[in-house]
Design a protein around this ligand. Structure first.
Ligand SMILES: [Zn+2]
Length: 426
């Protein structure tokens, strides 16, 4: 794909169409309520949730893409100033509400950007996504795969979310007199909470903003903001600290449960340290055989359960074998734990790695709009601007490169990739 056409989960100037995989904070850095750089494409559910996260967002810039449907966009080639057709199909990523991966197709071949995803083949929903992808690829291989490599290491092995959810239920049921806190994000792990509520026939406390999100998602009965109604509370991950737990234990016996793909730690936590950051860091000090147990204890009152919304290594392997990418890159880049998926999956049949890293720099460009040509979907149509029709000056073109932001030590702060990064001549 030519550079300067689209961005995925990256919000800098210089693209004609912007795609959002999901609304976790590490994928929306740079996106604000004042967004005006161009049309933003996302799933129907993300479009519903987005105004809550970004109040005042200009809704006329939102373009809803239905899952499993090819949508055609007419963009303007920066090199030739002629129209170029890009087709895109969102596929459910089974990560958090609204999360999708994007399959792009055009004269560049095909490009698949997974965003964060869980490829859990024991799940019926994931199998539907598999069928969707197989049908969309129609026997062709993916030319370039951008993979959620969060757990791209053979030592990352965890059970299905259903099994892990059962483990959480077991822990709560085994502590009938205790209060329970569960660390969660502002979005995601709803299925876990619903499972707990239904099996144990209890309500679950969430903080007020989270309750609003639950209502947007259609969960009206299960969640409450009244502490007197339940002993189980889902709390923001940032507040899940040893201090918090010890403070709660002074009032009432309380246990903490961390649902995470990183249920291991090699050393005690510091008092005010966020448990999740500690897990991510300490994992890398462990040996593979130490990380396979289902449930671990970081502290007498803390249980960690491998409930993950990201794919484990074997699921990633299965996914790579399915789409047989010719080129492959990880979307997670961090100084302490970046794992290039080609290191492990380069041996898969036919997978060829380029390992290229593209130098890049941006050139400021104004707001641009996208026209949808063929009505295979219900995407709103905008006219191309004059400036797009006339084209722009640019440097070498045709490099299939992706900008990978180097991120901080925390994988959770990772950023998205800009597909077809610019190498514009000044
Ligand atoms: Zn995410």
């Amino acid at each position: 794909m030519e550079r300067g056409l689209i961005s995925v989960d990256r919000w800098a100037e210089g693209s004609q169409a912007y795609f959002l995989t999901h609304l976790h904070a590490d994928h929306t850095q740079g996106l604000t309520s004042a967004w005006s750089k161009g049309p933003l494409f996302c799933s129907r559910l993300s479009a519903k949730l987005l105004p809550f996260k970004f109040p005042g967002f200009d809704l006329s810039l939102l373009r809803v893409l239905d899952v499993g449907v090819w949508h055609s966009l007419s963009l303007l080639s920066p090199s030739s100033a002629s129209e170029t057709l890009v087709r895109v199909m969102p596929v459910d990523a089974h990560h958090c509400p609204g999360a999708v991966m994007y399959l792009f197709s055009g004269d560049f071949g095909s490009l698949l950007y997974t965003g964060d995803f869980r490829w859990e083949m024991t799940s019926e929903k994931a199998n539907r996504s598999r069928d969707m992808l197989v049908k969309a690829l129609n026997g062709n291989r993916v030319n370039t795969l951008y993979l959620d490599n969060t757990y791209c290491n053979p030592s990352y092995s965890f059970p299905s979310r259903r099994d892990a959810a059962q483990q959480v239920v077991h822990i709560i049921a085994s502590h009938p007199k205790h209060h329970v806190i569960i660390g969660i994000d502002t979005l995601g792990k709803e299925d876990l909470l619903v499972h707990i509520a239904r099996v144990l026939k209890i309500k679950i406390w969430v903080w007020p903003e989270r309750l609003q999100t639950m209502h947007i998602l259609g969960f009206d009965e299960i969640f409450t903001t009244k502490t007197s109604l339940t002993r189980v509370r889902a709390v923001p991950r940032y507040s899940f600290t040893l201090d918090t737990l010890e403070g709660l234990n002074k009032i009432h016996p309380t246990i903490g449960i961390m649902p995470s793909g990183l249920p291991w730690a090699s050393k005690p936590l510091h008092r005010n340290e966020n448990f999740f950051d500690s897990l991510a860091r300490s994992y890398y000090n462990k040996k593979a055989h130490e990380v396979a147990s289902m449930e671990e204890r970081l502290h007498p009152e803390i249980f960690t359960v491998p409930y993950s919304d990201h794919s484990c290594y074997m699921e990633l392997h299965e996914f790579v074998q399915l789409v047989q990418p010719i080129n492959m890159r990880g979307i997670v880049s961090s100084s302490s734990c970046y794992i290039d998926p080609s290191y492990y999956f380069g041996h898969c049949d036919g997978v060829y790695q380029t390992f290229q890293r593209v130098q890049h720099k941006h050139k400021e460009r104004g707001k641009e709009r996208v026209r949808v040509l063929r009505a295979e979907s219900s995407v709103k149509v905008n006219d191309l601007t004059d400036s797009m029709r006339k084209g722009r000056k640019c440097g070498a073109v045709g490099v299939s490169g992706v900008y990978m932001s180097r991120t901080s030590a925390s994988r959770r702060r990772r950023r998205g990739a800009k597909i077809m990064e610019d190498i514009y001549a000044d």
